[in-house]
Ligand binder design. Structure first.
Ligand SMILES: Nc1ncnc2c1ncn2[C@@H]1O[C@H](COP(=O)(O)OP(=O)(O)OP(=O)(O)O)[C@@H](O)[C@H]1O
Length: 576
């Protein structure tokens, strides 16, 4: 239950944790002193004929101690929440940074719904660990032992009973904890599955409606929702059961001590003062142990989430971070060499690229063609350093790509993906996307080059119109043009274009083609093309099939060869 990862997170907050410890000791001292003051007042007033003047200091002491105890508990909670919120914020940032650094390939093995649940409920669930469980552990470690030390010299029999009965509570907690651990894991899994299906329902709403499947999906979400309710109820049942058991054990223990004290009082073997003080302290002795049951269950949920969080944080970073170099600006445009590159995606049986060897001279325009799933996009993934080849070497200006700082390297690439992502931000921010030096004129120029400026002006707030989730909806072609404007703005020496003109009308395509020609002048450009008539002008065409390079040359050379490219162009013409 004391999760070693979560405990490690406390290290930077050692001082605050020491304060928490000191506050718990003060709380324990206050608890014992309150019992002592009460005993003095009641014994004095009822049995020792104490008058008001004599009792006044004890009343003052009692009042002071009660305030002090309330203050200490308040500070205790504040400190615990302070530590918890700082750790949560740090973990959220670390998780986010790690996900970004690990990259899309590794993260594609994770379910989006799982990650969303982890990032929200999971991290928030850790709060209970730091604000309930850990302070409770500290309290359990301080209050009962201090009470024991106070009681032992006065009444060793009650102290012995404390010692004999107290271990029963953690023992039962451990037994119930085993069951609760499984129930918590199941509850977490069900919640994740529910999130995944709900996300799918939202994302695939159109498809589901068209195929009349929305009812089925709703039924599935409802079924999962019921499963989640059952799983939660099971967890709650166990939590209530453990509370019941702990309450029962502590109540019986207090009763046992009270009977023992009563009998010895009757026999005259015990002074009233001592008996009364021990009776007052007995519930205080068991209270932290009793409360630890609830804290224990809160911690269970937190540790289940923590296991998932640290599993993600353990994912290896795919970039070797030693001796990273930069390519000086003077060496652009870049020449590229693929030397016997082989690559297989994790958890895929089929190899995506096999022994790929080709070279691209600096400043040349290369087209990559091939059937669906041939491995074209994977070449871009490798060039973007989103994945690393298992075999072979990629060289940029004769420098190994894996020795180049990936952050710097990506800043030298303008990339238009097949399906660009539009963020929940203004049109302006979506085009700028982190380019800190671009001003308004640059953005407008980029939008004009991407033939999207006129359209942006028709939007309610022009360049300030919000896009993305909940914002202005865009067509596929408009999204592509925003992505193309991004690339224009970046003005990088290496340009990777994936299906550049897909989803555009002929007029827009012409405008963009001209802008691309201007943008790519004297730059190294790689274009993935499906429509073969758009690759005729390329300096070199690479034909990829089943992850292998089957042909390369200019359009004319390849046609003359009468090989795979020739067959593809013939098929392309027939389909027109
Ligand atoms: N993230 C991924 N995880 C696992 N396998 C992948 C991933 N991306 C692609 N693949 C697999 O790698 C192979 C090559 O895919 P790639 O996307 O490079 O092909 P492509 O030529 O770009 O296809 P298309 O023209 O249809 O986009 C395919 O078998 C594909 O299933």
């Amino acid at each position: 239950m004391l999760n070693k990862h979560l405990i490690k997170e406390i290290k930077p907050y050692k001082k605050k944790f020491v304060l928490l410890f000191m506050l718990s000791i003060t709380n324990a001292v206050c608890t014992i002193s309150i019992a002592y003051a009460l005993m003095k007042i009641i014994n004095g007033v009822f049995l020792a004929d104490m008058n008001l003047k004599e009792a006044a200091p004890f009343f003052a002491m009692l009042l002071f101690l009660m305030f002090a105890k309330a203050f200490v508990r308040w500070q205790n909670q504040l400190t615990a929440h302070d530590i918890s919120l700082s750790i949560q914020q740090k973990l959220r940032n670390r998780l986010l940074n790690h996900i970004v650094t690990v990259g899309p390939e590794e993260m594609s093995q994770e379910k989006t719904g799982d990650l969303v649940t982890l990032f929200t409920n999971g991290i928030e669930g850790l709060d209970d660990y730091f604000t309930k469980f850990l302070p409770q552990v500290v309290t359990v470690g301080i209050i009962p032992p201090l009470i024991l030390v106070a009681v032992l010299p006065m009444d060793w029999i009650s102290a012995l009973l404390f010692c004999l009965t107290a271990p029963l509570i953690p023992l039962f907690m451990m037994l119930i904890g085993r069951l609760a651990g499984n129930a918590n894991a199941k509850q977490w899994k069900t919640l994740s599955t529910l999130s995944i299906h709900f996300l799918e329902l939202l994302e695939g709403l159109t498809t589901l409606k068209i195929f009349n499947q929305s009812i089925n999906q709703i039924k599935e979400v409802t079924r999962l929702s019921n499963d989640f309710r059952d799983a939660t109820l099971k967890v709650l049942r166990l939590a209530f059961l453990s509370s019941f058991v702990l309450e029962l054990i502590s109540t019986l223990s207090i009763a046992l001590i009270a009977i023992g004290i009563g009998l010895r009082l009757l026999q005259g073997n015990l002074a009233f003062e001592t008996a009364f003080l021990v009776l007052l302290l007995a519930p205080e002795f068991y209270q932290p142990l009793r409360q630890s049951g609830a804290a224990f269950h809160a911690a269970m949920t937190a540790t289940t989430a923590a296991d998932q969080i640290y599993r993600i944080l353990k994912k290896p970073l795919n970039i070797p971070h030693t001796n990273l170099q930069r390519i000086e600006k003077t060496t652009v445009p870049f020449s590229i060499q693929f030397e016997d590159i082989s690559f297989r995606y994790q958890q895929e049986r089929e190899i995506a690229l096999r022994g790929l060897t080709f070279s691209i001279e600096a400043g040349k325009h290369i087209a990559i063609v091939g059937g669906s799933g041939a491995g074209k996009s994977t070449i871009f993934q490798l060039l973007l350093q989103l994945v690393q080849p298992q075999k072979g070497e990629i060289k940029i200006n004769d420098l190994s790509l894996c020795s180049i700082d990936p952050v710097y390297w990506r800043s030298r690439i303008a990339y238009v993906p097949q399906m660009p992502h539009i963020f929940s931000a203004s049109v302006f921010d979506n085009i700028v996307l982190g380019n800190t030096v671009a001003d308004e004129n640059d953005v407008i120029a980029a939008a004009k080059a991407a033939a999207i400026h006129e359209f942006i002006l028709t939007l309610p707030e022009a360049y300030q119109t919000k896009l993305g989730d909940g914002g202005q909806p865009l067509s596929g072609g408009q999204m592509r043009r925003i992505a193309i404007a991004r690339a224009f703005l970046q003005d990088a020496p290496l340009i990777l274009l994936d299906e550049m003109t897909t989803g555009l009308d002929t007029k827009t395509e012409k405008i963009i083609a001209q802008s691309v020609a201007d943008l790519t002048y004297k730059k190294t450009v790689l274009t993935i093309a499906h429509r073969l008539d758009s690759v005729k002008k390329a300096d070199k065409i690479l034909v990829i099939e089943k992850g292998q390079l089957v042909e390369s040359g200019t359009h004319a050379e390849l046609l003359q060869k009468g090989g795979r490219y020739f067959t593809m162009t013939a098929a392309d013409r027939r389909n027109l």
